[in-house]
Design a protein around this ligand. Structure first.
Ligand code: AMP
Length: 147
């Protein structure tokens, strides 16, 4: 997929937004949805996506939607830090297959990082559903208590 590929409304994140596919949702508002990565690179790996933009990547996204996306990414990063106490948090956003993008609806990765612990392989190993559910419950509570 090139940087200029057209938006495919059947991509998995579009289907999640429309409620046609499940996700471990941790946050939503009018503009933004966030859910746990099914193939996390570390526990708590969260994806933040715009709900109302048919944007493949950063080149396509309207400035207003980008601001909303990053505002929520900051709020969720704070909640992740409070709840999971990582030593670092890595934000990532890939544009185009050549850069590692595998789902072509723009998204930001929030990846908690711990000293001495490497990253899991990108989009490779599905997490245990019970572990995802437990993390989801913790993060939903923590995010709801945050502002
Ligand atoms: P990227 O490679 O930057 O496009 O990231 C796509 C991310 O989506 C990867 O980290 C995948 O593990 C993740 N992913 C793919 N399908 C799903 C899904 N159904 N639910 C949650 N995360 C997903």
């Amino acid at each position: 997929m090139s940087l200029h590929t057209p938006y495919d409304p059947q991509n998995i994140f579009a289907r999640i937004i429309r409620g046609e596919a499940p996700c471990y949702k941790v946050y939503e508002d009018e503009d933004v949805l966030a859910f746990l990565d099914l193939y996390p690179q570390s526990p708590g790996h969260t994806l933040v996506i715009p709900r109302r933009s048919a944007a493949v990547n950063l080149l396509d996204l309207e400035t207003g939607a980008l601001c909303r996306l990053m505002t929520v990414a900051q709020r969720l990063t704070r909640a992740l830090v409070e709840e999971l106490q990582p030593e670092g948090v890595q934000l990532a956003q890939f544009n185009g297959a050549a850069a590692g993008q595998t789902v072509f609806h723009i998204h930001v990765h929030l990846v908690p990082r711990y000293a001495g612990q490497g990253l899991g392989i990108h989009a490779a190993q599905e997490a245990d559903p019970d572990a995802l559910q437990a993390l989801q419950a913790r993060l939903v509570r923590r995010i709801a208590a945050s502002s």
